[in-house]
Write a protein that binds this ligand. Structure first.
Ligand code: ADP
Ligand code: MG
Length: 225
């Protein structure tokens, strides 16, 4: 279970341009849920996503993921939690262009803490299995810059699930895709969800949101039901 309790986030805290972007967000995500976050531009969606992703901290409240309280922990520990518990999927795919599909999926496995890092052979095997799951196995040795947008997003999703994260976070994952490819990617998210993955999707697209189990709307830094 993943829980936010009364999270407040202020940018430029203590300065005269301080801005409170989140005013006390509480949200519980059950394991295995697929949830959409919607809201107008500037509502606080990315701010919230960055807190979920352990990219940014917060001022008050509490964020708990798998019994680990995030907040007041070192940058190093945040990075470790990000690598082990979070899978990120971005609108622009954020792949390493010169790398093959397989090399991209291996990145989070290569960066795992030495304690849990597997042998190179094993990492390769896992990456290959992830590419099978997203139906991209036949492209595994292709440089990703030669792939279509939909194919790139499949590779990015394979990378996001490589470390078996507790939570997959997607920021406008279909924002750069046509409507047919959007539906294919949503089918893929749904099938991963049916395999037990917890997924949170930030989206502007009503069709994308309506395919999730639950829609949470955020407006001016507050959740409105
Ligand atoms: P959304 O993703 O919903 O469009 P954001 O979370 O990016 O919204 O932004 C929420 C609010 O916080 C906006 O008013 C934005 O201008 C402000 N904001 C975002 N990032 C920063 C920052 N680094 N410094 C100051 N203000 C920021
Ligand atoms: Mg945003």
């Amino acid at each position: 279970m993943i829980q936010l309790d009364n999270i407040v986030k202020t940018y430029n805290k203590g300065k005269n341009n301080a801005f409170e972007a989140l005013h006390g967000i509480s949200l519980t995500i059950q394991d295995g849920e697929m949830i959409a976050i919607v809201g107008t531009s500037g509502a606080g969606k990315s701010t919230l996503l960055h807190i979920f992703a352990c990219i940014d901290g917060y001022d008050s409240g509490q964020y708990v993921i798998d019994d680990t309280v995030i907040g007041n922990i070192s940058e190093r520990k945040m990075a470790a939690i990000r690598n082990e518990k979070i899978g990120m999927v971005m609108q622009d795919f954020a792949l390493v262009e010169g790398f093959t599909a397989l090399e991209n999926v291996m990145i989070p496995l290569d960066f795992a803490r030495s304690k849990i890092r597997k042998s190179k052979k094993e990492r390769k095997m896992i990456a290959r299995k992830m590419l099978e799951l997203v139906q991209m196995e036949e492209f595994m040795n292709k440089p990703v810059n030669n792939l279509s947008g939909g194919q790139k997003q499949r590779v990015a999703i394979a990378r996001a699930i490589a470390n078996e994260p507790s939570l997959i976070l997607a920021d406008e994952p279909t924002g750069a895709l046509d409507s047919t490819t959007t539906m294919e990617i949503m089918k893929l998210f749904r099938s991963l969800n049916e395999q037990g993955k917890t997924i949170l999707i930030v989206t502007h697209d009503k069709d994308v949101a309506s395919q999730c189990d639950r829609i949470v709307e955020i407006s001016d830094g507050n959740i409105i039901e």
